[in-house]
Ligand binder design. Structure first.
Ligand code: FES
Ligand code: FES
Length: 407
C-alpha cells in the first residue's frame, strides 16, 4: 500500500470513472463504502459484504472486483470504474438494452454488479456459450429473475457482436470464464476495452520474479493476492523471511515440529471456521531467490482424521515500499481445500479471512523487526475474534455510515 498515513486516516489519490480523486479513508474502510458514503456513487450496491453475492462488483484497473472485499487504502493510484462510469460504454449500453428486452431485471438490486460481470464476459468469451456464461456469472446472485433472462441477454450481445466481426479479447489462455479475479493479474487497459485510463503498475513494469508464479503442474482451486506495507527496509524484511522459526512465530495458528531446515519445514496450522476445527499437520518445501528477493513455500497437509486436506502454495516478493526505508510484501496464494472444511471455504470468505490473518501477520512482523515483543495473543489465530470480525464489521460500518448521515 502506498497511501500516506494522516493521523488514523489514509490519504488517497485514485481515478474514479476517469476523474482524479483525492480523499481520505480509515484503514478499514472498504472501497464500496468510500464510493457510496464519500463520493456519492451509490450505483455500487452492497448485499452480503462477504464477497458472496457480487452486488458490489466494479472494475479495478479494468478487472471485475468485489468492492466490499477491497480496502480503499489498497487502491492508491488505481483506476476504479463503477456502473456510473459505464454510461457511455458501448458494451454496457448494448447490455442495458438487452436486459430491458429480455426482462433480465426486476428489483434491479443485483443489476449494476451483474452488468459489470456480464460486460467482462462479452469482452472475453469467443462465442455465446450458455454453459460458460452461467459459469462466468456464478459469482453474481439474483433473487428475482431466475437468471433465464439475464443469460439470454448476455448470449444475445455476444452473438450479435461476434456476428459484427468483433472478436473476443484474448489474454493468452484466459478466454475461459474466471469468475471474479484474481484482481491483481492486471490485464490492464486491454481488458478495459480501452475505456479506462491505465496506470503504471509497479508489479507489472518491474520484472516480477519467476518464483512468484504458481508453477506448472500444481492447479490450485483458488488463487488470490495480498499485499502489505512494512516500515522497515526490504533487505531486513527479506532476511527475516529466511528465518523460518521467526516467520512461524508471527503467523497466527502456526507451530513448528522441531527445528526447521532451510529448505523444508514440518509443522501444524490450526484453523477453525464455524463449528469445524482442524489442525493441519504437514510438510512444506521452501525456496528462496536472494537476487529477486522472492520466495515460495509449497506444502500439503491433512487434519488428524484425514477428513480435511489442503494443498497450497504461498509465493512472496519483497519490494521497496512507497517511502524510503519501507517495504511492500506481495503474497500470491494458491490453495485447494478438500473435506468438511471445504464447504465453508467459499473463495470470498477465505480471502477475507486470509486478509485478516495477513494483517495480523504483518503486525507481528513489524513488532518483531522493531525488536518489540509480539502482542499477547498476536501469534494465535483467534477463530472467535476472526468470526466475530466477519459478522460485526458490516454492522459497525452501517452504524458509522448512519451516524455520519445524522451529523
Ligand atoms: Fe456481496 Fe460484495 S456485497 S459480494
Ligand atoms: Fe432483483 Fe436481481 S433483479 S436481485
Amino acid at each position: 500500500m502506498s497511501a500516506g498515513l494522516a493521523g488514523h486516516r489514509l490519504s488517497l489519490a485514485l481515478t474514479v470513472n476517469g476523474r482524479a480523486v483525492r480523499t481520505q479513508a480509515e484503514p478499514r474502510t472498504h472501497l464500496a463504502d468510500l464510493l457510496r458514503d464519500t463520493l456519492d456513487l451509490t450505483g455500487t450496491h452492497l448485499g452480503c459484504e462477504h464477497g458472496v453475492c457480487g452486488a458490489c462488483t466494479l472494475l479495478l484497473d479494468g478487472e471485475p472486483a468485489r468492492a466490499c472485499l477491497t480496502f480503499a487504502g489498497a487502491c492508491e493510484g488505481a483506476a476504479v470504474t463503477t456502473i456510473e462510469g459505464l454510461d457511455d460504454d458501448e458494451i454496457a449500453g448494448e447490455l442495458r438494452a438487452a436486459f430491458n428486452r429480455e426482462h433480465a431485471l426486476q428489483c434491479g438490486y443485483c443489476t449494476p454488479g451483474m452488468l459489470i460481470a456480464a460486460r467482462d464476459l462479452v469482452l472475453r468469451l469467443p462465442e455465446a456459450d450458455e454453459r460458460r456464461i452461467r459459469a462466468g456469472l456464478a459469482g453474481n446472485l439474483c433473487r428475482c429473475t431466475g437468471y433465464v433472462g439475464i443469460v439470454r441477454a448476455v448470449r444475445g450481445v455476444i452473438a450479435e457482436r461476434r456476428g459484427r466481426g468483433i472478436p473476443a479479447l484474448t489474454h493468452g489462455s484466459q478466454t475461459a470464464p474466471r469468475g471474479l479475479g484474481p484482481v491483481g493479474a492486471r490485464l490492464g487497459a486491454a481488458a478495459s476495452g480501452g475505456t479506462m485510463p491505465a496506470r503504471p503498475d509497479p508489479a507489472a513494469t518491474a520484472t516480477r520474479p519467476a518464483l512468484i508464479a504458481i508453477p506448472e503442474g500444481f492447479r490450485p482451486a483458488h488463487t488470490f493476492e495480498q499485499a502489505f506495507a512494512v516500515a522497515h527496509p526490504p533487505e531486513a524484511v527479506f532476511a527475516l523471511f529466511g528465518d523460518v522459526a521467526a516467520v512461524a512465530a508471527c503467523l497466527p495458528g502456526a507451530e513448528l515440529s522441531g527445528a526447521p531446515a532451510p529448505d523444508q519445514v514440518e509443522g501444524a496450522l490450526r484453523v477453525r471456521i464455524g463449528p469445524i476445527a482442524a489442525a493441519f499437520r504437514g510438510r512444506a518445501r521452501i525456496e528462496r531467490d536472494e537476487a529477486a528477493r522472492a520466495g515460495r513455500i509449497r506444502g500439503a497437509g491433512s487434519d488428524a482424521g484425514g477428513r480435511s486436506a489442503t494443498e497450497g502454495e504461498i509465493a512472496y516478493w519483497v519490494e521497496p515500499g512507497a517511502h524510503p526505508g519501507t517495504a511492500r510484501v506481495v503474497l500470491a496464494v494458491g490453495y485447494t481445500l478438500k473435506g468438511p472444511l471445504a464447504q465453508f471455504g467459499r473463495p470470498g470468505l477465505v480471502r477475507d479471512l486470509a486478509g485478516r490473518i495477513t494483517a495480523e501477520f504483518a503486525r507481528n512482523l513489524e513488532a518483531r523487526l522493531s525488536g518489540s515483543a509480539i502482542p499477547v495473543g498476536g501469534a494465535d489465530l483467534n477463530p472467535l475474534r476472526l468470526l466475530l470480525g466477519l459478522l460485526l464489521d458490516p454492522l459497525r460500518r452501517r452504524l458509522a455510515a448512519w451516524r455520519a448521515r445524522k451529523t
